[in-house]
Design a protein around this ligand. Structure first.
Ligand SMILES: Cc1cc2nc3c(=O)[nH]c(=O)nc-3n(C[C@H](O)[C@H](O)[C@H](O)COP(=O)(O)OP(=O)(O)OC[C@H]3O[C@@H](n4cnc5c(N)ncnc54)[C@H](O)[C@@H]3O)c2cc1C
Length: 389
């Protein structure tokens, strides 16, 4: 029996699946071999996403976004995750809270253009000495005149290649966290370098913010609660991203199982297809079983978010979905490389590319170790029933 997706969600799934099969997958190898083509192709696919209501899909419709449910977004990410080299990631999903807390000035200056796809952002939290432990950030926001002076060096800024503004997380003088809009072209913002990563589908530069003055209008959620809200919003963003990572990992694993199964049926060794050997069958059987579990966790967590269930429980469930799905996808990619044999080690092979690209899913938006800490914390505080019943 298939998962009981509502009809409109099933239609969305079919549409995305067709797009990924017919448009994204056929060009992913070209994207691997030619990064310039990859960029151009992604831009072209973004036009398709805009035409199909997948732009700013996190943002409610009354604010100009796509207004998709969490389940629908998980479905979109799952299908997008079936292609390598990011060619399936044509949609955009900026943090929803921005549209909820933005002042009219912030809406006009950053959010509405971001929703329209004319401005791009990077969410800059991590620093050289502060990744897992967000509270250890050393970036500062010092009140001065009618604004703030910002200092800090931010690492791994995803989207930093095209971003023309940052969501910059810093600590105020009293130690509370705060988020600011910072324009890329502002005095004091400097690109330090753009390191190479294990994947080639996106860049994550390092930026220095040196005595950058921003008016108080740039402070996100600039009311009396601003300091506590910064971490609240960042945690909301982490939950969302963790669930969508889980969804993309399900898509990747699904593709790998399809590809490895087709190869196993076709590849003849010692006179018979390798699919006839139990060693190969067991790898595929384990992969399929683990994919099913990860998909159920992902869909059910998305549905719980759509129902607006207790955010503390959701926090633990997003951590479980991300932990399990990312580790599952890593195992599936490893088995797929093994099934393809020497071919699996070639960059032109899908298993090679996923093997490299999926590795980051155990690291970004909180490593597997951090997800385990969150899950154990939830277990101790709220109990097994609350988290899994
Ligand atoms: C490609 C990529 C894109 C990224 N994009 C962004 C972005 O857009 N914006 C942004 O702000 N950040 C971004 N990040 C940063 C990412 O979120 C961090 O790399 C991640 O949270 C881990 O932090 P760290 O690298 O500093 O590792 P560390 O925190 O230094 O951890 C190192 C190791 O120690 C382990 N560890 C740490 N604490 C514990 C503990 N208590 N118990 C057990 N083990 C522990 C970790 O699990 C890890 O294995 C990105 C990273 C990558 C690789």
């Amino acid at each position: 029996m298939s998962y009981p997706l509502p009809d409109e969600v099933r239609r969305l799934q079919d549409k995305l699946r067709r797009f990924v099969d017919e448009v994204a997958i056929p060009r992913e190898l070209e994207a691997e071999m030619n990064p310039e083509f990859a960029q151009a192709y992604k831009s072209r696919n973004q036009a398709w996403a805009k035409d199909n209501g997948l732009w700013a899909m996190t943002i409610p419709k009354d604010k100009g976004g796509g207004g998709l449910s969490f389940l629908e977004q998980a479905i979109v990410n799952e299908q997008g995750g079936r292609a390598t080299n990011g060619v399936g990631w044509c949609y955009s999903s900026p943090p929803r809270f921005l549209a909820e807390v933005a002042t009219p000035y912030q809406m006009e200056t950053w959010i509405a253009p971001m929703i329209a796809g004319t401005r791009f952002y990077a969410y800059a939290i991590t620093e050289e000495a502060a990744g897992s432990d967000v509270d250890a950030i050393e970036s500062t926001a010092r009140a001065e005149g009618n604004g703030f002076v910002l200092n800090g060096v931010k690492w791994h800024a995803t989207g930093g290649g095209t971003a023309d503004f940052f969501i910059f997380q810093a600590k105020r003088e009293d130690g509370g966290h705060a988020l600011f809009f910072v324009d890329r072209e502002q005095d004091g913002v400097r690109l330090v370098r753009t390191p190479d990563y294990m994947h080639s589908h996106s860049v994550h530069p390092i930026f220095a913010f040196e005595d950058v003055f921003v008016p108080a209008d740039n402070l996100i959620e600039s009311d009396a609660d601003a300091q506590s809200n910064a971490m609240t919003w960042t945690h909301e963003w982490f939950r969302y991203e963790r669930l969508m990572i889980a969804a993309r990992c399900c898509g990747a694993a699904s593709r790998l199982i399809d590809e490895a199964t087709a190869f196993a049926k076709d590849r003849v060794v010692y006179g018979q297809p390798i699919a006839a050997y139990q060693a190969i069958q067991f790898m595929l059987a384990d992969s399929l079983t683990e994919l099913w579990a990860a998909r159920l966790m992902t869909y059910q967590t998305a549905e719980a978010m759509d129902r607006g269930e207790d955010v503390k429980i959701i926090h633990g469930q997003c951590a479980m979905a991300k932990l399990y799905a990312s580790e599952m996808a890593g195992r599936v990619a490893d088995r797929a490389v093994q099934i393809f044999g020497g071919r699996g080690y070639m960059s032109e092979n899908v298993a090679n590319r996923f093997f490299r690209e999926l590795r980051v899913d155990r690291i970004w938006e909180g490593t597997s170790e951090i997800q385990r800490i969150i899950i154990a914390d939830g277990l101790f505080k709220r109990g097994q029933e609350a988290l899994t019943a």
